[in-house]
Ligand binder design. Structure first.
Ligand code: CA2
Length: 145
């Protein structure tokens, strides 16, 4: 089993700004936690972060035939990107959407996600633990196939 973790724009600033919302830990801490968890589970994993919509679309397209599933936090593109939605639908890999914060209890515009309809589940407000839950969900989903 090989999974791809995608983090969208500004998530490279984790731990450096807005700790009240996103916590004190960095993207490197998150990627280390994911790598350790996947090593224990004998899952192959690659982590990718980009601030660019097209780069995320390219990465999703390139995942076809290379990965078994995707965990994606599209960050602000969650609320704007039909292109990321279309890419996820096009590759048709099982995907889980993750948000560090509880987007349902922030500004109104964060309540709508374009990508949700291409995902098997959405996990919100569980900070880093949400990514580990997403990996568990993907593992169970792929085991059933
Ligand atoms: O809660 C999440 O994970 C979000 O996807 C984060 C996005 C936001 O636009 C979504 O509505 C919810 C923002 C990511 C920005 O990350 C930062 C991290 C540290 C400092 C500043 C921004």
């Amino acid at each position: 089993m090989k999974i791809l973790i995608i983090n969208g724009p500004n998530l490279n600033l984790l731990g450096l700004r807005e700790p009240g919302i996103y916590g004190n830990n960095t993207l490197a801490d998150l990627e280390k936690l994911i790598a350790e968890t996947c090593r224990e589970k004998q899952i192959q994993v690659e982590c990718f972060q980009s601030n660019h919509e097209g780069a995320i679309v390219d990465k999703i397209q390139a995942a076809y035939g290379q990965f078994d599933g995707i965990v994606i936090n599209p960050a602000a593109y969650t609320h704007t990107s039909v292109a990321i939605l279309d890419a996820l639908k096009a590759v048709s890999l099982p995907a889980v959407e993750v948000h560090l914060s509880d987007v349902d209890h922030r500004e109104e515009f964060r309540r709508h996600s374009f990508v949700s309809s291409a995902c098997i589940a959405t996990i919100k407000g569980k900070h880093f633990a949400g990514y580990l839950e997403a990996i568990d969900l993907l593992e169970k989903h792929l085991a059933q196939k």
